[in-house]
Design a protein around this ligand. Structure first.
Ligand code: NAP
Ligand code: GDD
Length: 332
């Protein structure tokens, strides 16, 4: 039975990847952070009691700041594949906590790769490594962006991901590790964190419709993003590790829209035409340096992995608005 280890298993992507890997017959191990409140809500539906025979999903305490524990877990679990999703993943917040972001989002990948290097050297085993790289790497590079576009990051988060990107590539070239970067454009779902703009909008709309809120407070409505549907994107990551050779891939839909269009469509789907009445622009949600326009050129993934995004922008907006309305008990 193939074994996978996932950092960031409690996040949006971690939760969808667990579903995919269990479906593919893997034994799945996830690293969770100790917290004083429960942080496992996204994976509760797939949780399995470790005392029951036949269980294939296991959770372990750990942290990307703690190289010792990461190393011990790799030696103990002996995974065939490692997916590094753990990160301080919020771009705006990375301006507030840049050092922490560099430590976790940047150095975290190095800590895993160093452990893999030693583990492979000592045991002769082979481990495939997936690094959750990001279209934030492109920053101010003009669209469309593909695997050959030079990186011009615009945030502490982007700079930390740049370090992790090159570290992954360097360990591939220097030590022959099957290590790949998935350069993923924004991907969303009803499990998206509530402070990312799409979910903030769809939750805000559902709260307004339910009479629980009057307004949504947002920043830059002119930014353009290439938004896809997260469950499809984790499939692309898995395919990268099944590919014959370790290569980096851009993953996105090939279509970009503004935050304004997301608002318009979301409110429209909820039956509200005069949406501007319900949106207030506030300074605190702007970034010191913004990434204006991200648009994927995902042709390599289609040609070599047979992967392409199936869910279109308008459908994604509907899926997310409907899910938040359902949470609020609003019938449509
Ligand atoms: P997410 O929902 O924010 O999840 C981040 C995960 O990282 C959570 O499980 C979080 O744990 C964990 N984490 C945070 N700090 C950690 C630490 N110090 N040690 C170990 N784990 C830690 O992110 P996502 O949307 O699933 O994205 C997954 C990965 O892809 C991230 O690396 C992100 O930067 C990258 N990425 C995302 C997108 C996107 O559009 N979603 C696009 C490109 C790249 P807690 O639950 O305990 O907070
Ligand atoms: N979060 C947020 N909140 N963003 C806002 C708001 C707001 O109130 N108002 C406008 N925006 C704009 C941001 O300025 C940005 O241009 C855009 O909406 C998207 O912001 P986020 O949803 O926070 O995502 P992101 O593009 O910065 O980062 C996400 O995608 C990256 C891949 O491109 C994250 O998932 C990163 O982890 C990921 O790497």
């Amino acid at each position: 039975m193939r074994k996978a280890l996932i950092t960031g298993v409690t996040g949006q992507d971690g939760s969808y990847l667990v579903e995919l890997l269990l479906g593919e017959g893997y034994e799945v191990h996830g690293i969770i952070r100790r917290a004083s409140t429960f942080n496992t809500s996204r994976i509760e539906h797939v949780y399995q009691d470790p005392h029951v025979e036949g269980t294939r999903f296991f959770l372990h305490y750990g942290d990307l700041a703690d190289a010792n524990t990461i190393r011990k877990l790799i030696y103990k679990i002996r995974p065939d594949e490692i997916y590094n999703f753990g990160a301080q993943s919020h771009v705006r917040v990375s301006f507030d906590i840049p050092e922490y972001t560099a430590n976790i989002t940047g150095l975290g990948a190095l800590r895993i790769l160093e452990a893999i290097k030693d583990y492979e050297g000592e045991t002769g085993a082979k481990v495939k490594f997936y690094q959750a790289s990001s279209s934030e790497l492109f920053g101010s590079a003009p669209p469309p962006q593909n695997e050959l576009t030079p990186f011009q990051p615009r945030s502490p988060y982007g700079v930390a991901k740049l370090f992790a990107f090159h570290t992954t590539k360097n360990y591939r070239e220097a030590y022959g590790i099957f290590a790949v970067n998935g350069i993923l454009f924004n991907h969303e779902s009803p499990r998206r964190g509530e402070t990312f703009v799409t979910r903030k909008i769809t939750k805000g709309i559902a709260d307004i419709v339910a009479g629980r809120a009057d307004k949504i407070y947002l920043g830059n409505l002119d930014a353009k993003r290439d938004w896809g549907y997260a469950p499809e994107f984790v499939e692309a990551m898995w395919r990268m590790l099944q590919h014959e050779a370790p290569e980096d891939f851009v993953i996105g839909t090939g279509e970009a829209h503004t935050v304004r269009e997301f608002c318009e469509l979301g409110f429209h789907h909820a039956g509200i035409g005069d949406w501007q009445k319900y949106v207030a622009i506030v300074h605190r949600y702007f970034r010191p340096t913004e990434v204006d326009y991200l648009l994927a050129d995902p042709r390599k993934a289609r040609e070599k992995l047979g992967w392409y995004a199936r869910t279109k922008f308008a459908d994604l907006v509907k899926i997310m608005v409907d899910a938040d309305m359902k949470i609020n008990g609003v019938k449509q």
